[in-house]
Design a protein around this ligand. Structure first.
Ligand code: ADP
Length: 259
C-alpha cells in the first residue's frame, strides 16, 4: 500500500471542534480516491494531514510502508507531489523553469538542476503537449494552461502519489474534462491519485474510490455506486439534489432541482 491512514482525528486547537473524526482508508498504486464534501467539511485539512503539514492528535499515517511522523519533508516529497489550488502567479518564470522547479526535492540545497532534471522536464513537457508554451512567462498563460503546467511540475517530481486540491475549481467545462482525463490517465499509469472536488459527477466520471466527508468530519468511503447515493448527497449538501441514471452514458449524473 502507498497510503494507510488509520483512525485519524484532527483539531486545529485543543478546545476547538473536531475537524476530522476517526478517518481510515488505504490507497494502492494505480488507485484514485476522490474526496467530496461541503465547504468547511475538512477536505483541505485532510490533504494537509496526509502530507504531514498538519499533525493529527490521534491516528497513524503510513506512507509507502513508513510511519509519516518519522519522515523528513524531503523524503515525503520523494513519494508525494501536491498540486495546490490554482494561484495567481507573481514571478514571470518561463513555463519551462516553473516546471523544472518540481525537481527541487531531487536537487541538493546548493546545487543547480542537472542534465537529468532538464531531460525529465523536457520529456514531461512533450508528453503533456506543452511545448508551445514552454518559453512563455508563467504569468502570461491562460488559467487552463497554468493548471496543466502545475500538474507537469508535480509529474517531473516522479512521485508515487499525486494529491490535487480542487484541480477543476477555476476551469471552464473543456478544461475540467481535460484535467479529469489526466487524473484518470495518471492512475492508469500507476500513480496513486487523491483529489478533492465539489462536483459528484467528477468523482463518478473518474471512478475508483470515493470518500464523502460530512460536516462532523466523518469520511464514508467506498466505490462511487455505494457512496454517491441521492440520500447521502441530499444530507451532505443539505439540498434536494437528484441522482439520475443516464442510459446513454451508462452512469449516474447528479442534477440540481428546479429553483
Ligand atoms: P474544506 O477544504 O472542506 O472546505 P477546510 O479543511 O478548509 O474545509 O476547513 C475545515 C474546518 O477547519 C473549517 O471549519 C475551517 O474553518 C477550519 N479551519 C481551516 N483552517 C484552519 C486554521 N488554520 N485554523 C483554524 N481552523 C481552521
Amino acid at each position: 500500500m502507498i497510503y494507510e491512514v488509520e483512525h485519524l482525528s484532527f483539531k486545529y486547537s485543543p478546545n476547538g471542534n473536531t475537524v476530522l473524526d476517526d478517518i481510515s482508508f488505504s490507497l494502492d498504486k494505480g488507485e484514485v480516491l476522490s474526496i467530496l464534501g461541503p465547504n468547511g467539511a475538512g477536505k483541505s485539512t485532510l490533504l494537509g494531514c496526509i502530507i504531514h503539514l498538519l499533525h493529527p492528535q490521534i491516528g497513524e499515517i503510513w506512507l509507502d510502508g513508513k510511519n509519516i511522523t518519522g519522515m523528513f519533508p524531503k523524503d515525503i516529497a520523494e513519494i508525494v507531489s501536491f498540486v495546490p489550488q490554482m494561484h495567481t502567479p507573481t514571478f514571470p518564470y518561463t513555463v519551462f523553469n516553473f516546471i523544472l522547479m518540481g525537481r527541487a526535492s531531487k536537487i541538493g540545497m546548493f546545487e543547480r538542476p542537472g542534465k537529468e532534471d532538464i531531460r525529465r522536464t523536457e520529456q514531461v513537457i512533450e508528453e503533456m503537449d506543452l511545448g508551445h508554451i514552454a518559453q512563455i512567462p508563467y504569468t502570461e498563460i491562460s488559467g487552463g494552461e497554468r493548471q496543466q503546467a502545475t500538474i507537469a511540475r508535480a509529474v517531473v517530481q516522479d512521485p508515487k502519489v499525486i494529491l490535487f486540491d480542487e484541480p477543476t475549481a477555476h476551469l471552464d467545462f473543456g478544461n475540467q474534462l481535460k484535467t479529469l482525463r489526466l487524473i484518470k490517465d495518471m492512475s492508469d499509469r500507476g500513480y496513486a491519485v487523491v483529489f478533492t472536488t465539489h462536483n459528484p459527477d467528477h468523482a463518478i466520471l473518474v471512478g475508483g474510490k470515493v470518500g464523502i466527508l460530512d460536516r462532523k468530519g466523518r469520511l464514508s468511503i467506498g466505490n462511487a455506486d455505494e457512496i454517491i447515493t441521492e440520500d447521502r448527497l441530499k444530507k451532505v449538501y443539505n439540498s434536494d439534489l437528484k441522482l439520475v441514471h443516464m442510459k446513454t452514458l451508462g452512469r449516474n449524473v447528479c442534477i440540481y432541482p428546479n429553483l
